[in-house]
Design a protein around this ligand. Structure first.
Ligand code: GLN
Length: 475
C-alpha cells in the first residue's frame, strides 16, 4: 500500500513496519509499469535499491534518521546529480553526465531522501505542455489524450501517478504551478532566491527557481525547509533566515484573513467551470471568516509580453554555452570551427529552443534593445511596485492557476503564442519574484483538475502554505 503523505510513510519506516528497500522496490516497480508514459528519462534502478539498503542499515545500527528518511523523490532532469545524466530533455545534452550535485540535491541527500530517477520536461524548461521534449510526450494522468502541463510535466505526472511521493521541478514562469494544476497536486514556487540555483541548468537566471510538487502542503513545507537557505555557490541566493515553515503554516487562521481578488485574474472570457470552482472556493473561505477584497492589479497580458522578452533575452545568453565543444552533442558534419558550432546547435536544439534563442538575440540587439528589452524591464518594475502595494492591503492574492483545463496533445503546438498564454496567471509572480502555489480545488464538468493559485509577499512561504492547506481537497 502506498502512503499518501510523508508523515504516514515515515511512521511506518521508523516503526519498521516496512523498510526503505520495500519502498524503493514498490516505487521502482510502479515506475517500470508506467514506462510507456515517458515520465522518467532516467530511472535509478540499482542506485535506489542500494541507497535504500544503506538507509535501512543506518536505522538498524541505531543511526539517527534524517528529516526525509526514505522519502521517495523524483528530480526534474535539469537539476544536476553527480554521475547521473542531466539531459534537460534535449538532444544536445542527451549523453551528458553531471560532474557535481546541485546544492538542493546535497541538502536532500544529507537528510536521507531516496532518489528514484530523473523526470521528463519541456526542452530546457521552455514550454507549458511537456511536448517540447526530445524524449516523447507524457499523458495527463486524468486523460491520456491530454497534456500534463509543463515544463515540469514529468515531475507532476510522477507525483500524480504515485511513482514518487514528492518531486522537484523548476519554475521560471509557471512550470511547477501549471503542471501541478493540470495533475491535481500541490506545486510550490518559492520566493526568488529562497533555494540555491547552483546545479539547476539555467534558462532565465533572474526568474528560475527550484520548486516542489507534492500530494499535500505539509510535504511541500518539509522539503522546502530542507532545501532553503543561503549558499555560497549562488550569489543570488538569499541570506534571509529560514523560518519554521510547518509552525508558520499551522499558525495561519482563517478569521479575518484578507484575500485579494484581482479582476485581472478573472477575465470575462475565463473558462466558466474554472471560474465557478475557484469563486466557489473563495466564497467558502468567506463563509468561514475570511474577507474577500477587490484589488486592482495590472492586466496579466502585459506580464506575458514582458516575460517573453526578458526570458528569451536571458536564455539566448545562457544557452550560448552549448556549442558542441564544451557540452554534449557535436555534429559529425563539421568542416571547420564555425560549421561545427552551427551544425551542432542546429541539430542539437529543438524548434522552441531555437525560436527563443533567436527572439532573445533580437530583443538584445543594438537597434531594438531600448524598444523591447529596456521597456520590458520597466514593465517588470511596475509589476513589482503594484504587487508590493497590493500585499500591504491583503494577506494573499488569489485566482485560478490556468485559464483553461488540461488541453489535448497537439492542440497548441501549431501556435506558440497560444501556448504562451497558458501561463498568463502564473507569470506575474515570477516577474515580481514572490512565492506562489497551485493547490487542487476541484474537478470540472469533464472530470479534469482545477487548480487555485495563491501569491504571498516575499519570504512568506509558511503563510502561503498555511492558506493553501485550508483550500486543499483530498486527491
Ligand atoms: N511555460 C513558460 C515558458 O515556456 C514557463 C516555463 C517555466 O516556468 N520553466 O517559458
Amino acid at each position: 500500500m502506498l502512503s499518501s503523505s510523508y508523515e504516514e510513510l515515515r511512521s511506518k519506516l521508523l516503526s519498521r513496519e516496512i523498510s526503505c528497500e520495500d519502498v524503493a522496490r514498490q516505487y521502482i516497480e510502479r515506475i517500470d509499469a508506467h514506462r510507456g508514459d515517458n515520465i522518467f528519462i532516467t530511472v535509478f534502478h540499482a542506485e535506489a535499491l542500494e541507497r535504500a539498503r544503506s538507509l535501512d542499515r543506518k536505522l538498524s545500527e541505531g543511526g539517527v534518521p534524517g528529516r526525509l528518511f526514505g522519502l521517495p523523490m523524483a528530480i526534474k532532469d535539469n537539476i544536476s546529480m553527480k554521475g547521473a545524466k542531466v539531459t534537460c530533455a534535449s538532444k544536445i545534452l542527451e549523453n551528458y553526465e553531471s560532474v557535481y550535485d546541485a546544492t538542493a540535491i546535497l541538502r536532500l541527500e544529507a537528510e536521507d531522501a531516496l532518489f528514484l530517477g530523473k523526470t521528463n520536461m519541456d526542452e530546457f524548461a521552455m514550454g507549458s505542455s511537456n511536448e517540447n521534449s526530445a524524449f516523447g510526450t507524457v499523458p495527463n494522468p486524468f486523460d491520456k489524450n491530454r497534456v500534463p502541463g509543463g515544463s515540469s510535466g514529468g515531475s507532476a505526472a510522477a507525483v500524480a501517478n504515485g511513482l514518487c511521493l514528492v518531486a522537484l521541478g523548476s519554475d521560471t514562469g509557471g512550470s511547477v504551478r501549471q503542471p501541478a494544476g493540470f495533475c491535481d497536486i500541490v506545486g510550490l514556487k518559492p520566493t526568488y532566491g529562497r533555494i540555491s540555483r547552483y546545479g539547476l541548468v539555467a534558462f532565465a537566471s533572474s526568474f528560475d527557481q527550484i520548486g516542489v510538487l507534492s500530494r499535500n502542503t505539509d510535504d511541500a513545507a518539509l522539503v522546502l525547509q530542507v532545501m532553503a537557505g543561503k549558499d555560497e555557490h549562488d550569489a543570488t541566493c538569499s541570506r534571509h533566515d529560514v523560518p519554521d515553515y510547518a509552525a508558520e503554516s499551522s499558525s495561519v487562521g482563517i478569521e479575518g484573513l484578507r484575500i485579494g481578488v484581482p479582476k485581472a485574474f478573472f477575465p470575462d472570457n475565463l473558462n466558466s467551470d474554472i471560474s465557478g470552482i475557484v469563486k466557489g472556493k473563495l466564497h467558502e473561505l468567506r463563509d468561514r471568516g475570511a474577507e474577500l477584497v477587490d484589488i486592482e492589479l495590472p492586466e496579466s497580458d502585459y506580464a506575458i509580453a514582458a516575460y517573453y522578452i526578458l526570458v528569451t533575452a536571458e536564455a539566448s545568453s545562457n544557452l550560448a554555452r552549448f556549442d558542441g565543444a564544451r557540452y554534449g552533442y557535436r555534429s559529425s558534419d563539421a568542416a571547420d570551427l564555425s560549421s561545427m558550432y552551427v551544425n551542432s546547435r542546429t541539430e542539437g536544439f529543438g524548434r522552441e529552443v531555437k525560436r527563443r534563442i533567436m527572439l532573445g538575440t533580437y530583443v538584445l540587439s543594438a537597434g531594438y534593445y531600448d524598444t523591447y528589452y529596456k521597456k520590458a524591464q520597466q514593465v517588470r518594475r511596475v509589476f513589482q511596485d503594484r504587487y508590493r502595494e497590493a500585499l500591504e492591503k491583503v494577506d494573499v492574492i488569489a485566482g485560478p492557476t490556468s485559464p483553461f483545463p488540461p488541453f489535448g496533445i497537439g492542440d497548441k503546438t501549431g501556435d506558440p503564442l497560444e501556448m504562451y498564454l497558458a501561463d498568463v496567471f502564473t507569470v506575474p509572480a515570477s516577474i515580481v519574484g514572490m512565492p506562489a502555489v497551485s493547490v487542487p480545488v476541484g474537478l470540472d464538468s469533464l472530470g479534469l483538475p482545477v487548480g487555485m493559485h495563491l501569491i504571498c509577499n516575499f519570504f512568506e512561504e509558511g503563510k502561503l502554505l498555511g492558506i493553501a492547506k485550508m483550500l486543499q481537497r483530498r486527491t
